[in-house]
Design a protein around this ligand. Structure first.
Ligand SMILES: CC(C)(COP(=O)(O)OP(=O)(O)OC[C@H]1O[C@@H](n2cnc3c(N)ncnc32)[C@H](O)[C@@H]1OP(=O)(O)O)[C@@H](O)C(=O)NCCC(=O)NCCS
Length: 146
């Protein structure tokens, strides 16, 4: 899993650049944080295998945003924190299969909405999520202070 975390980070680092840190510098801290989040609230860790090899992973859990302005069933959503498919295995439906299984599992756990946060420059992931049925909801804007 450490390798998967580093791979996702390096992939996003390549397309986004600053402020993302290289995978080798972050994977240990991220993994220990993820372990807590996965055990905290309906955590799910899915693995896709082919020929006894891990070709894709999805980690997610119930996330409460704590926003009193939205309906409570929306505020506590099934959040995809990590999704990664090995580069040579992409476009074969593995990402979609992982999302479908996550949706099925979280619906059975009583959740009604799925959320995911992606970097704007990650067009591939955006297309994959949109293809699955996700819609844009919120945008975070940033500007360096001058
Ligand atoms: C995003 C990701 C998980 C998709 O996994 P995948 O197994 O390739 O996805 P699927 O094969 O199920 O593709 C589903 C749909 O997404 C879209 N899609 C996927 N890759 C695409 C690409 N390179 N260009 C355009 N559309 C793409 C297509 O609509 C595709 O359906 P189609 O092949 O029938 O046209 C994979 O590209 C990946 O691991 N990316 C790096 C990590 C990452 O960005 N993770 C998401 C951040 S949380």
């Amino acid at each position: 899993m450490g390798q998967a975390v580093a791979n996702i980070q390096d992939f996003e680092h390549e397309i986004v650049g600053y402020p993302l840190r290289p995978g080798r510098d972050v994977w240990e801290d991220y993994l220990s944080d993820l372990r807590h989040r996965l055990t905290a609230d309906k955590g799910v860790f899915l693995v896709a295998e082919a020929n006894r090899e891990i070709v894709g992973v999805l980690a997610g859990y119930a996330h409460k945003a704590g926003d009193c302005l939205v309906a409570s069933e929306f505020d506590r959503s099934a959040y995809i924190s990590d999704l990664f498919v090995q580069s040579e295995r992409r476009r074969q439906g593995i990402g979609t299969a992982l999302m479908r299984e996550f949706e099925r599992t979280m619906l059975a756990k009583g959740l009604h909405w799925m959320t995911v946060c992606i970097k704007s420059k990650n067009k591939t992931a955006r297309q994959a999520y949109k293809n699955y049925g996700f819609e844009d909801y919120e945008v975070i804007l940033t500007k360096r202070l001058l």
